[in-house]
Design a protein around this ligand. Structure first.
Ligand code: ADP
Length: 323
């Protein structure tokens, strides 16, 4: 292998730059020519690719976002789009590709490897829903951001005796909501994986008030149905029996930004470096993850086969800790 490309694709998060840096520098360490692909698969199709040096990734370890840019690319879902991408890779004589992204991006990498092109995936998503890794890059930093916000919301909730609904990201995954509920000391967590009727939420808020809690914090994952706004509406109709008055906060895109935590920088560096090593060793078609405290390879096919489930013990723990 002489030339390796790297791209970031799909949802962004704070660990992408440290990971690009690790991939580029490990490649240079191995004597490879490294190329950066802009805007994910869209840049691969359009040939937006440029050489990267050790200096071009200097100073980015503490920068959020991605210097390569990221994108969703509808064309890549089609075989014709993927053939275009393959033509670009062949024209530029690229021998292997590192794809940093979530489940969708890794599925794209799998499709490329099925066409005979060596790809190596690195799991990077704040949803932490990729199989074959205990943690994806970016999750830890997003959790720090959420925890900080929840602590602050709790201060104001306590001062005014309020119930707060706090919405976290996660269209299909309740991971962020669940963990931030535990570490933020929330009274309740509402996630897409668990059905929770309105009556139960109502009862919990009322009970918290009667038990003398000074606040009631409910973390709502974006994908929980019927959704935070609908819940707030219903609760306000029953304001008199609740005790607390209800407020809502959507944390939104702040969860994706910022400088990566030390944990994420370390994980990104380990996985980025290992991705290049494994690609060079001929293990294309795999994802490099972090399992039980060590770097581990999983076939891309397995990594994207299904969405990782949340830990039911942790859900129960969140309930117990909120008494
Ligand atoms: P994430 O990687 O964060 O899960 P998406 O699901 O939006 O984000 O996927 C990012 C991109 O990966 C898509 O815009 C598309 O270009 C590519 N992709 C996703 N799923 C597939 C698929 N099944 N086949 C080919 N490419 C895919």
């Amino acid at each position: 292998m002489k030339r390796i490309g790297v791209l970031t694709s799909g949802g962004d998060n704070p660990g992408l730059n440290p990971c690009i840096r690790a991939v580029v520098r490990m490649g240079i360490h191995f004597g490879l020519e490294m190329l950066g692909v802009r805007r994910g698969y869209a840049g691969l199709i359009d040939g937006e690719i440029e050489p990267m040096s050790a200096r071009s990734v200097g100073g980015i370890i503490g920068q959020g976002g991605t210097i390569l840019g990221t994108a969703r690319c509808p064309e890549f879902y089609e075989p014709s789009g993927r053939r275009k991408a393959l033509r670009t890779l062949n024209r530029l004589e690229i021998d292997g590709l590192v794809v940093i992204g979530g489940n969708g991006s890794l599925t794209g990498a799998l499709e490329l490897s099925r066409m005979g092109f060596p790809t190596m995936g690195i799991p990077s998503t704040i949803d932490n829903d990729v199989n074959g890794t205990d943690l994806s890059i970016g999750v830890d930093t997003a959790l720090e951001t959420i925890m900080d916000a929840v602590d602050k919301i709790k201060d104001t909730a306590t001062s005014h005796n309020r119930a707060f609904l706090v919405e976290t990201m996660g269209r299909n995954s309740g991971y962020l909501a669940l963990i931030s509920g535990v570490v933020g000391g929330a009274e309740m967590v509402l996630i897409p994986e668990v059905e929770t009727p309105f009556e139960e939420v109502h009862r919990l808020i009322e009970d918290a008030y009667i038990r003398g809690k000074p606040h009631c914090i409910i973390i709502v994952a974006e994908g929980w149905k019927p959704g935070m706004e609908a819940l707030a509406e219903q609760l306000r109709e029953h304001q008199d029996d609740l005790g607390f008055s209800v407020r809502v906060t959507r944390l939104g895109y702040v969860q994706r930004g910022g400088s990566a935590s030390s944990f994420d920088r370390l994980l990104a560096t380990r996985l980025g470096a290992a991705a290049v090593r494994e690609l060079v060793a001929g293990h294309g078609g795999h994802m490099i993850g972090w399992l039980k405290g060590a770097v581990a390879l999983t076939p891309l096919e397995e990594a994207v086969a299904f969405q990782k489930e949340i830990d039911p013990d942790l859900y129960e723990l969140a309930e117990i800790m909120s008494i």
